[in-house]
Unconditional design. Structure first.
Ligand SMILES: Nc1ncnc2c1ncn2[C@@H]1O[C@H](COP(=O)(O)OP(=O)(O)OP(=O)(O)O)[C@@H](O)[C@H]1O
Ligand SMILES: [Mg+2]
Lengths: 331, 342, 285
């Protein structure tokens, strides 16, 4: 190919990608993931063993499930930092109902999911109806839900779950770990919901331009509350998986996870300002974070350096992305 | 002359309520701070009625000493939030500054003034890193400081690992444990920071620029304000005041470890919001944040004095915070009448 | 006696100028039928805190009529149509549709009642593509049971319709899948006007439709307005600062000044000087 030709080709690609920002984001995130896997396959010998991969996937599944929820919330123009506490509360509800009160596991699971719905409703109501900024609402909820978790379960670990729950944590379906299956289902449903249903489109519109959405007759309150409720339910699902994997429940479960999930979602290209949600990107982002940590560990890097690496990676990726974005303002 | 406008003015003049509302409209900041102050007074009276010891000299001293670091962080965070930013990394900055103090004073025998200067310098550098990412790389503040939060904390862990450094020299401990007119020097540092922040925000050109950038960055840019400089300096300043907080913290605890001050960022954001500073930028209330810090301390201290379990305390704290903020928001909406149908 | 003004359509008047023989009553527009107005607002008040943005405004819109609204910046034109279409909650007043009082509590309701509005600030979601914007809030769903039950949208149909519409509007958009942010300001404005035209309400309200768009697109928009009015008997309200547009297009014009309505004139009976005088509040002799 001649030089001019290849330049034309590059220009064409660039135009295409400009027109489809989400594909461009996905492509860049995916390249990063590939690069990382490539590097670690050289530095860490055991990286490509089946056991490691399986472990990575299972670990990531919780982040993926939460990432789907947070992507939807961010798309609606809001944020939820209470998800770690919803997980703690959900775990306690599950443990207290199943272990302490001896309620059948099915009802226990339903109760946990219901608690997720209620938490989401509360966050959504305060954000969309009372119109307190969501970062403040969920900041308060972070303390409140965690307090409730402690009230319910005290500070000690609860153990003794029935076999079905243990199966959720460590069983497989045709060779695929159950948490991974749940994550897959969540991703497919989430993607379908956000991109292919009317309600999903409304959530994007509300996050993209709330006033335009309002004038177009879209129910902003419903869209936002729904986003928070989805987040709440998915947090409850995550709490079930966490409890199942540990076969134990504790009030502190999930503490600090919100920031990890936020990092994964932002790595995936979802906008913090609403209107752009890349669910598949969040999946890749979650994978990048776990692979980075596992890879460094297997390469013999001291654990604490991983934190440094994650911090630098996050800022670098977002900075590079922003430098490529069509910019209106350059101070 | 415009007849309609004349009539409107006349109608307003007629009623006392109208005059009052006009006055408050012009001074929404004062009204906001007054509400916060009333809240504080009400809380103090409430806890006093539960336990008379609550208003004792001893308890007041304890309360102020406890709040000093939060008040200082609150001043910095008020400025950050006024430019529509946010800083999640302050807890990690405190950890890094504490780490420096520990290395210089516990592992080595450097003079205290040098260690303090080094801590302040490191705090400034951390803040400058945030400022650079936000202002130059234009990474949103939430992402930047989420990243640096992990990064700085990581640095502290890499250096300190799981060690706890203690036995600091007396001169450093004096900052939290000494007494000047009955109060710890830390309280005076907090007071000076508040005054500095107040004057900076309300009575200097730079303060006007801060408000302009937070209110409407584009308009500020077009009118020739150097947005880059404002953002960079505000984040750098946040780093510097975080180092003050770190010094006070270390002096109070007489120990350092990498995990120190985890979660203070949320506490600080909460107190700034309680003080009435708008998260949408362009409105910062330093005095409000001072009161907000006191409210949180009074709440924690008061709930502890009532003797209820710490689990209930945490739940109540969250509930009270949400309620107060929700009521505030409703009140603000009432005032602005911005109640569009959905 | 009904004091409500009926104004002649502009085109018969042009013919009148050429023939010069007809009397005033003959000029009654074929479109502007006598009878109950399609839309009527009575004694509308709207306060923003202490500010009286609308002070006792009453107006009406006849069937098949193009009604212009003019006034200085901040006169209350946008507030008026936002209040009428449920984008703002009115402080007091009454709205009638075909003579029947209606409660327009939000913009959704207005659309159900057949009022399509292009608001002044573009009203598009910049991050979404043109088809999504065209169908914003009224997305087409797949016709199978899944589509109906879960609201799966039908992108293909929406795309086809958009292509058709943009063609009639003379707008060239190279990539329909690109976010409308990538379109020029004028193209965006054309898309929002096109949206109102596409949905074909019985009443179409345009707030400065020709704002920041090129001459060609302006003509396309104005022609579209006339075409839709003539073929479907739709009534229009058009807010504009451009006297040429008002005088070329409208049958009647109402003038707003500091929240009040200060004039309601037939285009045929007035002059630009008179309208401008009313806008600025200068007295004319
Ligand atoms: N949401 C609002 N809150 C408070 N005041 C408002 C609001 N919207 C409009 N106003 C005020 O109401 C008055 C009328 O505004 P409006 O937007 O209706 O003017 P307009 O006639 O459309 O002007 P323009 O020609 O510039 O579009 C102005 O004084 C404006 O400041
Ligand atoms: Mg207007």
């Amino acid at each position: 190919m001649s030089d001019a030709n290849s330049r034309d080709f590059l220009m064409a690609v660039r135009t295409r990608l400009d027109a489809a920002p989400e594909s461009a984001l996905l492509l860049s995130t995916f390249s990063l993931l590939l690069l990382m896997i490539l590097v670690f396959s050289f530095t860490a010998d055991q990286f490509f063993t089946l056991a490691v991969l399986r472990n990575v996937l299972t670990q990531t599944s919780i982040y993926i499930i939460l990432g789907v929820g947070l992507t939807i919330v961010l798309t609606s123009g809001e944020i939820d930092i209470s998800i770690g506490s919803i997980i703690g509360l959900g775990a306690m509800v599950l443990a207290v109902s199943v272990v302490n009160m001896g309620i059948p596991i099915g009802f226990g699971l339903i109760a946990t999911l219901l608690v997720g719905v209620l938490c989401g409703l509360m966050n959504g109501f305060l954000t969309a109806v009372v119109r307190v900024p969501s970062i403040i609402v969920t900041l308060g909820a972070l303390t409140f839900f965690r307090g409730l978790a402690y009230l319910l379960g005290g500070g000690t670990a609860l153990v003794g779950f029935p076999p079905f729950l243990v199966w959720i944590g460590s069983g497989t379906v045709i060779g695929v770990p159950v948490p991974v299956c749940l994550a897959l289902i969540t991703v497919v449903l989430g993607q379908l919901f956000l991109k292919s249903t009317r309600t999903g489109q409304h959530i994007i519109a509300v996050g993209g331009n709330a006033e335009a959405a309002r004038l177009a007759g879209i129910n902003i309150r419903f869209s936002k509350i729904l986003a928070f409720v989805i987040m709440g339910v998915l947090s409850a699902v995550a709490s079930i998986i966490m409890v199942a994997r540990l076969d134990a429940a504790q009030s502190v479960m999930g503490a600090g996870i919100e920031l990890q999930v936020l990092a994964a979602v932002v790595l995936g290209g979802t906008s913090l300002f609403g209107g752009r949600g890349v669910i598949l990107g969040s999946v890749l982002g979650a994978l990048i974070l776990t692979i980075l940590q596992t890879g460094l560990l297997l390469s013999g890097v001291v654990q604490f350096w991983q934190l440094v690496a994650v911090g630098i990676l996050l800022i670098a990726v977002v900075a590079i992305r922003i430098s490529y974005e069509p910019s209106e303002v350059r101070p | 002359m415009n007849v309609a406008a004349d009539k409107a003015v006349e109608a307003k003049r007629g009623s006392v309520a109208g005059v009052l509302r006009d006055w408050l409209d012009g001074r929404s900041d004062a009204a906001s701070v007054t509400t916060t102050a009333l809240m504080l007074v009400a809380l103090i009276l409430l806890f006093y009625s539960v336990n008379e010891r609550f208003i004792s000299m001893r308890n007041i001293v304890v309360l102020l000493n406890q709040s000093a670091a939060y008040i200082i962080l609150g001043v910095g965070m008020t400025l950050v939030i006024t430019i529509k930013g946010i800083d999640l990394s302050i807890g990690a900055i405190v950890a890094v500054c504490g780490m420096i103090l520990g290395i210089l004073l516990v592992n080595n025998d450097y003079p205290v003034w040098l260690a303090i200067s080094a801590a302040i310098a490191i705090g400034g550098v951390c803040g400058a890193v945030n400022g650079y990412c936000v202002a130059s790389l234009r990474v949103p503040a939430l992402v930047t400081t989420l990243g640096t939060m992990v990064l700085f904390r990581g640095v502290a862990y890499v250096v300190l690992e799981d060690n706890i450094l203690f036995r600091y020299p007396e001169e450093l401990l004096w900052i939290a444990r000494g007494r000047i007119f009955g109060l710890a020097p830390a309280v005076y540092i907090a007071a000076i920071t508040v005054i500095f922040g107040f004057v900076l925000l309300n009575h200097t050109r730079f303060g006007k620029h801060i408000i302009a950038v937070g209110g409407n960055a584009e308009a500020a840019r077009l009118s020739g304000i150097n947005i880059w400089r404002v953002q960079f300096l505000v984040f750098a300043l946040m780093g510097v005041v975080s180092s003050f907080a770190a010094i006070i913290w270390v002096a109070r605890l007489n120990s350092t470890q990498a995990s120190v001050a985890q979660g203070v960022e949320f506490h600080t954001i909460a107190l700034v919001v309680l003080g009435g500073t708008s998260l949408f930028g362009g409105k910062g209330l330093i005095v409000g944040s001072l009161l907000g810090a006191l409210i949180l301390s009074v709440l924690e201290n008061g709930l502890a004095i009532t003797g209820i379990s710490s689990f209930v305390q945490q739940t109540l704290l969250g509930l009270i915070f949400i309620t107060v903020v929700a009521l505030r928001t409703l009140q603000a909406r009432e005032a602005s009448q911005a109640d569009e149908p959905m | 006696m009904d004091l409500r003004r009926q104004c002649p359509n502009r085109y018969p008047e042009v013919m009148l100028l050429s023939s010069g023989t007809q009397t005033k009553t003959d000029r009654l527009a074929p479109h502007a039928e006598a009878g109950t107005p399609v839309l009527e607002a009575r004694n509308i008040h709207k306060n923003f805190g202490g500010l009286k943005a609308l002070d006792d405004v009453s107006f009406h819109l006849n069937k098949g009529e193009i009604l212009g609204i003019v006034g200085d910046n901040g006169a209350g034109k946008s507030t008026l149509i936002k209040t009428v279409t449920g984008a703002y909650r009115k402080t007091s007043g009454e709205i009638l549709l075909n003579g029947k009082p209606v409660e327009v509590e939000n913009t959704r309701r207005a659309r159900e009642l057949g009022i399509e509005t292009v608001y002044q600030a573009s009203g598009l979601v910049e991050v979404m593509d043109a088809p999504s914007n065209l169908f914003l809030g009224r997305e087409m769903t797949r016709s199978n049971w899944l589509g109906n039950a879960l609201g799966f949208i039908n992108r293909r149909m929406m795309r086809i319709e958009t292509v058709e519409l943009l063609k009639t509007l003379n707008i060239e958009v190279r990539n329909l899948a690109a976010p409308v942010r990538n379109l020029s300001g004028g193209q965006q404005q054309s898309v929002s006007v096109g949206r109102a035209a596409y949905w074909q309400g019985k009443i179409i309200i345009l707030d400065e439709p020709a704002n920041n768009i090129g001459v060609d697109q302006q003509r396309a928009v104005l022609e579209l307005v006339e075409r839709v009015r003539d073929s479907q008997g739709v009534s229009f309200i058009i807010i504009s600062h451009n006297m040429d547009h008002i005088f070329n297009l409208a049958d009647r014009v109402i003038v707003m000044r500091s929240g009040r309505m200060v004039g309601d004139l037939c285009i045929a009976d007035t002059s630009r000087a008179e309208v401008v005088g009313l806008i600025t509040g200068a007295t004319i002799t």
